[in-house]
Design a binder for this molecule. Sequence first.
Ligand code: AMP
Ligand code: ZN
Ligand code: FE
Ligand code: FE
Length: 275
Amino acid sequence: MGKKIVADLHIHTTFSDGSKTPDEIVRYAKRQHLEAIAISDHDTFGGIDPAKQESNGKITVIPAVELSTKFEGYDLHVLGYFVDYKDSQLVHEVSRFRAARATRAKKIVDNLNDMGVSVDFNRIKHFSAGGAIGRPHIAKALVDTGYVIDESEAFTEYIGYDSPAYVPKYKIHPFEAIKLIKAAGGIPVWAHPGSLGTQDLVQVFVENGLMGIEIYHPNHHFYDRQRFEKLARKYGLLVTGGTDYHGRDTDNEVGTVGINKAQLEQLKAAANKII
Ligand code: AMP
Ligand code: ZN
Ligand code: FE
Ligand code: FE
């Protein structure tokens, strides 16, 4: 089977922390002649219907979501593919994550105020366009009010991990995330496992329902791919991949990282089996 990339399964839009709209993403993906894309925003399904509409049946839009979890001190992300994004329990849970993000953003605003930086929560909310509020939207508000020159300065001066106003995000347990995704007919996948620096966790995740592993990712180099491919074989995991596109100038363009036809078919077959 060919090596040609037919699907990019990791894409963020303006509904979370991406800077391109679902429409822009779909139009670009069509021009690249991709067969499928997954809209995998953090904590929201808001981008999926607009993307489907724009796709006009010419490209498959796979509903997905990326959830942030914490496990024994490790931060790790779980992707859910082919979820029933209208499932009431899933919609409810994911809306709780968004609510927690809003509360956290308010705390960051309070911290900024204490530092003499006055940004308006509503301005931040405006930048999040009704989706999942994150630090990039706070960064935009800081640029907008003239406190910093650009978003990158906002992170180094005010809201980065080591900065004074930083507040961590609400995170769930990865087993919870896996359960939630499965309950909504989706395929839970460990996102960019290379960022963790350990692979010892795979077995316990598989025992708790993990079905796939993201092998192809811009941060994974040749040897990462090799060891994750080996793990996928060992545990019979599905393999996924994508650009983790956020619309930044430095990002790999949509469709330059992803999976081939055979891998896409395997994923689809697994999704059909669940439903
Ligand atoms: P949050 O999920 O609200 O904590 O925001 C995390 C997002 O902020 C990441 O996905 C990036 O898009 C963005 N981000 C994190 N660190 C930086 C940075 N130093 N400069 C620019 N953007 C950043
Ligand atoms: Zn992101
Ligand atoms: Fe991630
Ligand atoms: Fe991501």
